[in-house]
Design a protein around this ligand. Structure first.
Ligand code: SF4
Ligand code: FES
Length: 270
C-alpha cells in the first residue's frame, strides 16, 4: 500500500520561496489553506467547478522567471509549481478589489471583516444604494447562487439580470418563480449571507427571490412543516419504492424515531 493511502502522488512545490510537499492535482487554494498560507477568497465552493469569479485569490505563478497572475482556486498542484502569494502587485490588486467590494456590497460584514484583515477599511468608489435591495446590500455578484441553482439543483430559478453597474441577481422579471423548489441551496453557498428566506406556517418564502412562495410538506405524524414539497419529491424519487412508502410523509425527526423503533424491535428479548 502507498505510504499516503488513497491520496494522489506527493510532489514538491515552492510557495514564497519555501518548498513544501503537496498532493498532485489538488486545488492550490486548498493546499495553501492546509499549509496556513493566507489567501483571501470568497467564491470557491467545492461542489462546483472553480471559475475564478471574485478574483480575490489571485497569486503569481512563476514560470521560467516570469510571473502570471492567476486565481489560486483555478490552479492544480503539479511538481515544480512555483507561487508567490504576496508580491506588491498582488497586494495592490487585492486592495483595489476590496475597495470595489466595499462599494458593491456595503452592508456585508463578511466583506468588511475580510477587507479589514488585509488593511482596507475605506473605499474610494461610490457605494451602492441599498434601499429595498432584496440582497440587503451584501451581494458581490459572484454567481455561486445562480450556478448551484442551475448546475446542482437543475432548476434555473434565478439568474443575472441587466448589465454593467445595473447587474443584479433575481428571478426573471422580478416575479415569483414557480420553478423555484425552495431548497435554499443558494443561501447555503452565498459567501456573504445575502440571501434571505423564511419559513412561515406551511410555506417557505424566498424573500430575496421576489418573495417566491413554496409550500412546505407537513409531517403526517407530528404535523410540523419541515421541507419544501418539491424538494421532498425530488429526494423521494431517488429512493427504493418500499422505503418511500413508509417514510414519505414523515419529517426527519419522526423518520428517525420510526427507524429506531424498528431496529429496537429486532433485538431478541432475553
Ligand atoms: S447572492 Fe450571494 S451567492 Fe449570489 S451572487 Fe450574490 S454574493 Fe454570490
Ligand atoms: S475564490 Fe478564487 S476567484 Fe474567488
Amino acid at each position: 500500500m502507498s505510504l499516503f493511502g488513497s491520496m494522489n502522488r506527493m510532489v514538491t512545490i515552492t510557495i514564497n520561496k519555501n518548498q513544501y510537499l503537496a498532493e498532485e492535482g489538488e486545488i492550490f487554494l486548498l493546499t495553501a489553506m492546509r499549509l496556513n498560507i493566507d489567501i483571501p477568497h470568497l467564491c470557491y465552493e467545492k461542489a462546483l467547478e472553480p471559475y475564478g469569479a471574485c478574483r480575490l485569490c489571485m497569486v503569481d505563478v512563476v514560470t521560467c522567471g516570469k510571473t502570471t497572475m492567476t486565481p489560486a482556486c483555478t490552479i492544480k498542484v503539479h511538481n515544480g509549481l512555483e507561487i508567490l502569494t504576496d508580491t506588491p502587485e498582488i497586494i495592490k490588486h487585492r486592495s483595489l478589489l476590496f475597495e470595489l467590494y466595499l462599494a458593491e456590497a456595503p452592508k456585508s460584514e463578511v466583506v468588511r471583516e475580510m477587507a479589514a484583515k488585509y488593511g482596507v477599511t475605506k473605499t474610494r468608489f461610490l457605494k451602492k444604494i441599498v434601499h429595498d435591495d432584496p440582497l440587503l446590500g451584501k451581494c458581490i455578484l459572484c454567481g455561486l447562487c445562480v450556478r448551484v441553482c442551475n448546475e446542482i439543483m437543475g432548476t434555473c430559478a434565478i439568474n443575472f439580470i441587466n448589465r454593467g453597474p445595473y447587474t443584479v441577481i433575481n428571478t426573471p422579471f422580478f416575479e415569483q418563480n414557480p420553478d423555484c423548489a425552495g431548497c435554499a441551496a443558494c443561501a447555503q453557498v452565498c459567501p456573504t449571507n445575502a440571501i434571505v428566506f423564511d419559513d412561515r406556517g406551511s410555506n417557505r418564502i424566498m424573500q430575496s427571490w421576489s418573495h417566491t412562495t413554496v409550500p412546505l410538506a407537513t409531517c403526517s405524524s407530528c404535523r410540523k412543516s419541515f421541507a419544501p414539497e418539491k424538494l421532498m419529491q425530488k429526494v423521494l424519487n431517488n429512493l427504493e419504492p418500499e422505503i418511500i412508502e413508509e417514510i414519505r410523509t414523515l419529517c426527519p425527526e419522526c423518520r428517525r424515531k420510526l427507524i429506531t423503533r424498528k431496529e429496537v424491535g429486532k433485538i431478541p428479548k432475553s
